[in-house]
Design a protein around this ligand. Structure first.
Ligand SMILES: Nc1ncnc2c1ncn2[C@@H]1O[C@H](COP(=O)(O)OP(=O)(O)OP(=O)(O)O)[C@@H](O)[C@H]1O
Length: 204
């Protein structure tokens, strides 16, 4: 799938966050959306995800086959620190629930995902008792281990320690080689694998 932005701009009230973005995100490529705090990275990711509409311009999705609106979620995975998990679910329930809606990446099952997470001891613990780093790991594992052609990651290493950052990079290497990955970030260690850099400051 390719995603094309044609003269896309977004404003909140009278404030333009960005304008005139003409850009094509191509199937299987890796992109980093860069910019300082408050520049509009998350806003652009929301537009690409389809959860926010542009204030001007058009966004187009091209795919070899037609995707029905109700099936779009099967094509996209998304992880972000501000994305909520169901706090009452245990880790095991979270994994089982998530993969009722999305297919596992090739060769994976619930036990494998749990193993990959390195949180086996916490499989029966409710997420409300997880640390912020454990929650972030869970979100990244769910997103990366889903068999979707598009992977959106906003600030993927927030709340992760050095070991966690290495773990995230291994996850990307293993599960994202054929996916389009779009990372919203201002930290190089989390988007070093992205060949294409898009700076929001160029569209102010
Ligand atoms: N729903 C909203 N209503 C009004 N203003 C908003 C809304 N969402 C975002 N903004 C504003 O849009 C601007 C861009 O916010 P955004 O969260 O996209 O930035 P960001 O680059 O992702 O920031 P950070 O690096 O801090 O996560 C900010 O000035 C923010 O206050």
């Amino acid at each position: 799938m390719n995603i094309s932005l044609n003269n896309v701009g977004r404003r909140f009230n009278k404030e333009w966050i960005f304008k005139n973005i003409d850009y094509t995100f191509k199937h299987g490529e890796k992109y980093a959306v860069l910019g300082p705090n408050g520049s509009g990275k998350s806003t652009l990711l929301s537009i690409l995800l389809g959860s926010l509409t542009p204030s001007e311009g058009e966004i187009g999705y091209s795919n070899l086959e037609v995707i029905r609106v109700e099936d779009v979620y099967q094509y996209i995975s998304f992880a972000a620190p501000y994305l909520d998990l169901v706090e009452e679910f245990t880790l095991q329930e979270t994994i089982d629930f998530h993969f009722q809606f999305k297919a596992y990446a090739h060769g994976l099952n619930a036990a494998e995902v749990l193993g990959l997470l390195g949180l086996k001891k916490s499989q029966d613990k409710a997420l409300k008792h997880f640390s912020s780093g454990m929650k972030q790991r869970t979100k990244l594992a769910l997103a990366c281990c889903s068999n979707t052609p598009l992977l959106f990651l906003d600030e993927p290493t927030s709340n992760l320690d050095t070991q966690g950052v290495d773990w995230y990079l291994q996850l990307i290497e293993k599960f994202a080689p054929n996916k389009m990955v779009i990372v919203g970030s201002n930290q190089e260690h989390e988007y070093g694998f992205c060949k294409n850099l898009l700076s929001i400051s160029d569209y102010k």
